[in-house]
Design a protein around this ligand. Structure first.
Ligand SMILES: [Zn+2]
Length: 252
C-alpha cells in the first residue's frame, strides 16, 4: 500500500516537472511554421479577388505594400519621407526601401499571424530575390508559397470591359456589370455611390499592360522556381469566382 502511494507520488511529481518544462504546452514549441502566400497573375486575372476571399473566408492576414507606403508617408518618419520624395517625382520607390517597410511590418506583425497573404508584392524578380533572402535571414519560421493564376489575355480583356468600380475613394468596391442586381441604376451595392468605368480598362491600355506584365513575369517565376519555394498553378479561365476559390482551397 505504501509502495503504491510512493509510486503515485512519484508520478505526480514527474507530471508537474514535465508540464513546468513545457512538454504538455503546445505554445512552447520552438518552431512555429508560418506561411506567407503570394499570388502571381496578370492585372485583371482576378488574383485580388482570391486574395480578398482568403482574408474573408479563411481568416488569413493581409498586407499590401501600397498601403505600407501610404501609411509611411502619412506618418512622415524617415522611411516615409524617403518614399514620398520618389512618389512626388512620379518615380518608382526603390526595392530596398519597399523591403525595409516590409521588414518593419513583418517584425511587428508576423508573431501574431499564422498565414499572411501579400497583395501586389513581390512585383519584380529583383523584389522577389530580396524578399526570399529577407525571409531566409530574418524570418526562418516562415515558408513562402506562390500561387500562379493562369488565364488568357482575351479572357482578361473581356472581363475588364465589363468591370465597374465604386466612385467613392474609401469604398472602391469592384463589380461585374452583368452581375449587378439593378442594371438600370449603376450604383454601389455597399455604399450607394455611382459606379464608374476605370479609364485604363479600355482594350488598348489593357493589352499594353498585359504585355508589360508578360515581359516581367518570366524572370520572377524563374527566381521562385530556383529558390525552391512551393509553386502552384491555378487555372481560372472561364471559371466563376466561387469555382476558382473552391479549387484554391484544395491547394492549401
Ligand atoms: Zn461603394
Amino acid at each position: 500500500m505504501e509502495k503504491m502511494f510512493g509510486l503515485m507520488l512519484l508520478a505526480v511529481v514527474v507530471m508537474i516537472t514535465l508540464s513546468a518544462c513545457g512538454v504538455f504546452s503546445k505554445k512552447e514549441q520552438p518552431q512555429t511554421t508560418k506561411t506567407i502566400l503570394t499570388f502571381l497573375g496578370a492585372p485583371g486575372s482576378g488574383k485580388g479577388t482570391v486574395a480578398e476571399q482568403c482574408v474573408k473566408d479563411l481568416g488569413y492576414a493581409t498586407m499590401s505594400t501600397g498601403n505600407l507606403l501610404r501609411e509611411a508617408v502619412a506618418r512622415g518618419d524617415e522611411l516615409g519621407k524617403k518614399a514620398e520624395s520618389f512618389m512626388k517625382e512620379g518615380k518608382l520607390v526603390p526595392d530596398e526601401l519597399v523591403m525595409a517597410l516590409v521588414e518593419e511590418w513583418l517584425t511587428k506583425n508576423m508573431p501574431k499571424i499564422s498565414t499572411l497573404v501579400l497583395d501586389g508584392y513581390p512585383r519584380t524578380a529583383a523584389q522577389a530575390t530580396l524578399f526570399i533572402d529577407l525571409l531566409k535571414n530574418k524570418f526562418p519560421e516562415v515558408a513562402l508559397r506562390v500561387v500562379n493564376i493562369a488565364i488568357s489575355d482575351d479572357a482578361i480583356v473581356a472581363r475588364l470591359a465589363d468591370r465597374l468600380v465604386c466612385s467613392s475613394k474609401p469604398c472602391q468596391a469592384v463589380y461585374s456589370r452583368k452581375l449587378l442586381k439593378d442594371q438600370n441604376n449603376l450604383v454601389c451595392e455597399k455604399c450607394g455611390n455611382p459606379l464608374i468605368r476605370r479609364e485604363d480598362d479600355n482594350e488598348t491600355v489593357v493589352r499594353n499592360r498585359l504585355k508589360v506584365y508578360a515581359d516581367n513575369v518570366d524572370p520572377i517565376i524563374k527566381v521562385y522556381k530556383e529558390s525552391g519555394v512551393r509553386f502552384d498553378e491555378l487555372n481560372v479561365e472561364g471559371k466563376t469566382v466561387e469555382a476558382v476559390f473552391a479549387e484554391f482551397k484544395k491547394l492549401v
